[in-house]
Write a protein that binds this ligand. Structure first.
Ligand code: ZN
Length: 657
């Protein structure tokens, strides 16, 4: 662990608050110090109010901000003097504390301050840094952790026994600090939780944190508890597809809503999941209490979701009876699964949540294995962890995320996603909260959207190998498949039947009929396991109900896939899978409509290009987005009772009507 302080970089952050932002980001950059919203920092300054009064304020990290990306706006300024008086109260409930903090803000628009604000206020130093450093919690989460810690840091840290974060912690830490801090003291050690450092400057406080954590790392090295066994070669094979989708279904049934699963099946996770002592290591609790919000108290070992759910309910009943106020049980589905065959699997209502759980758990694996080498991993008692998992303030953080979008936790696969209708469909599904896999022959699909809930794969939909690869990638990234949009296509050059070559006809059939049959067939077992029932939309064409001269191959191929979709609707209703078809017409912002094709089609109807574009009953132009919105709605709950339908998106066509 080394200081990342850089004078040139620091110069870009003027002022005390600027440097507070800078060193907070330095802490956030190192994931072994803080993970996803963990940790917090502060600085004390003198500010002049609008009335001209000088007042000492504490700038403390706002809730919902990550240190790695924090900005000035992520810090809330609180008048310090009333906070010091609050710390002297005998009792203060969480809602009272939050209300008191909110009323001491100097800016009504500033975010909700960290629940550790009072603790930051009582520490006299100007800059205060707090992390949940891996190496520190590794040492304190062992049977003789406190003794080791006292021997290691001596009088540099005041040791604070575990107590719930918030008012109680601030009060106890303030008392201990007053009693025990000496000239050597540069921070606090919070047993089973984390570490505080402080200093007169941003750099001093930050570098003390680095030094204190480096001491912990050195201790682990010296104790032979740093280097972990190197697992055998990386298998990197995809997880078994159907078993993964079955696990996802069981988790979704337990949770009461669909979840995305992320599978990390590599040598490291497999070796950990296969440890003989995996139960003993993992079943007590997380490395630091706030991880329970993301990972629950413990992972599921294996795949018996029902047993996990039963135990979770029993634990809830036990702990809720001892809680100060009435609690409502959260969904009992596990968020982390360790499995002999899968390695590490994490679940989330969004891809982001699953990724956060995975990253936290990778750190947890290191901490637990190193703690085992020190004599055993010891987490907090279940009641303490329950109190954090069911803490109103933590639940309020989650609630601030709002109502999840309509397709949250669901997984879509869209063919022909690089441009036109396919791209617009992918966008419409992402906007509705689905995780999306986009396939296209065009390699630009890969980098279409740099976001975790989109996976772009270059693939030839007529290749069975590419199809298998795409389904494996879908299941590895997201755990299953709920929504299938068969859109890939190409309009063949017009050719009257008298001249229609077998080659052209076969090409159109291979692309629109054979390839989509293969997708339907291979996707069926996954769609049948979709928690809310699988849904398929085939993007066919107006040419199915109203073919045009010279478009024999295209029309016949699109008619073939339409018939396949109708039969699939009949056959798969019993599996809860809905299959519908859209028939777009004259969508000119797609790859199909090259200028050449446009001219040829307009000529075939003896129209100008502009007349051809608007030659529909409504006299309107149809865009890819118009079609995509219809497709997305067909996949959503509004059409829950509709299957086997064919919906025109063509501005009204007198030949179809
Ligand atoms: Zn903390």
């Amino acid at each position: 662990m080394n200081s990342l302080w850089n004078n040139t970089e620091a110069a870009g952050f003027p002022g005390e608050l600027g440097l507070r932002v800078y060193t907070s980001r330095l802490l956030g950059r190192d994931r072994s110090l803080v993970l996803h919203g963990g940790g917090n920092t502060s600085v004390k300054t003198i500010e002049t109010t609008i009335l001209g009064d000088e007042v000492e304020v504490l700038w403390v990290k706002g809730s919902g901000w990550d240190l790695e990306t924090i900005e000035r706006a992520g810090f809330t300024a609180l008048r310090r003097a009333p906070l010091l008086r609050l710390a002297k109260l005998r009792q203060l409930t969480d809602p009272e504390m939050v209300n008191a903090l909110m009323t001491e803000r100097t800016d009504a628009a500033a975010p909700v301050p960290s629940v550790e604000a009072i603790l930051h206020a009582v520490l006299p130093a100007k800059f205060v840094d707090h992390t949940h450093a891996d190496a520190v919690v590794t040492i304190t989460n062992t049977p003789d952790g406190e003794a080791r810690a006292r021997a290691l840091w001596g009088d540099r840290l005041v040791v604070v026994p575990y107590v719930m974060p918030g008012f109680e912690l601030a009060r106890m830490a303030a008392e201990l600090f007053e009693r025990e801090a000496g000239p050597q003291t540069v921070g606090l050690l919070l047993l089973n939780h984390g570490i505080f450092s402080f200093g007169a400057s941003a750099r001093e406080s930050y570098e003390r944190m680095i030094e204190l954590v480096a001491l912990a790392e050195d201790h682990l090295h010296a104790a032979g508890a740093w280097d972990l066994p190197v697992p055998a070669a990386d298998p990197n094979t995809p997880p078994p597809r159907l078993e993964t989708a079955r696990l996802r279904r069981a988790l979704a049934d337990a949770a009461g809503f669909p979840l995305v699963l992320r599978t990390e099946r590599d040598a490291r996770t497999l070796a950990f999941a296969r440890r003989a002592d995996v139960a003993e290591l993992t079943q007590h609790g997380p490395a630091t209490p706030d991880h329970v919000i993301r990972t629950k108290r413990r992972p599921l070992l294996g795949r018996d979701v029902a047993a996990f759910t039963r135990e979770y309910q029993a634990e809830f009943t036990r702990c809720a009876a001892r809680a100060a106020e009435a609690k409502q049980m959260l969904d009992p589905a596990p968020r982390v699964i360790l499995d002999f065959e899968f390695g590490l699997v994490t679940a989330g209502r969004s891809v982001k949540d699953a990724a956060i759980a995975a990253e936290i758990y990778r750190h947890t694996m290191d901490i637990q294995e190193r703690a085992a080498l020190l004599g055993g991993f010891r987490a907090l008692p279940e009641q303490d962890l329950f109190d954090v998992e069911y803490w109103d303030l933590e639940q309020a953080k989650l609630a601030r995320a709002g109502v999840p979008p309509v397709l949250a936790g669901e997984v879509a696969l869209v063919t022909g996603a690089a441009s036109g209708i396919g791209r617009a469909v992918a966008e419409a599904l992402l906007a509705r909260g689905a995780a999306v896999v986009g396939l296209d022959l065009d390699p630009k699909v890969v980098g279409l959207w740099p976001r975790a809930d989109f996976l772009g794969l270059q693939a030839d939909v007529t290749s069975r190998e590419d199809l298998e690869r795409a389904l494996d990638a879908t299941v590895t990234a997201f755990g299953g498949l709920d929504l299938l949009v068969l859109n890939a296509g190409a309009f063949a050059q017009g050719s009257p039947i008298a001249n229609l070559s077998d080659e052209l006809f076969r090409g159109q059939m291979a692309l629109h009929a054979d390839a989509n049959l293969a997708f339907l067939r291979a996707s069926h077992p996954l769609l049948a396991l979709a928690p809310r029932g699988g849904r398929v939309v085939v993007v066919a064409s107006k040419n199915v109900p109203a073919p045009g001269p010279g478009a024999g191959a295209y029309s016949a191929a699109k008619a073939a896939v339409t018939q396949l979709a109708r039969v699939a609707a009949l056959e798969w209703g019993k599996d809860g899978i809905r299959v519908n078809v859209v028939h777009p017409n004259a969508v000119f912002d797609t790859g199909v409509w090259t200028d050449e094709v446009l001219q040829a089609r307009a000529a075939a109807y003896e129209l100008t290009i502009d007349e051809y574009k608007r030659s529909n009953v409504l006299g309107t132009e149809i865009t890819s987005k118009d079609v995509a919105e219809v497709v997305a709605e067909l996949l959503g709950p509004r059409f829950a009772k509709t299957t086997g339908a064919q919906i025109p998106v063509d501005g009204g066509n007198d030949r179809v009507i």
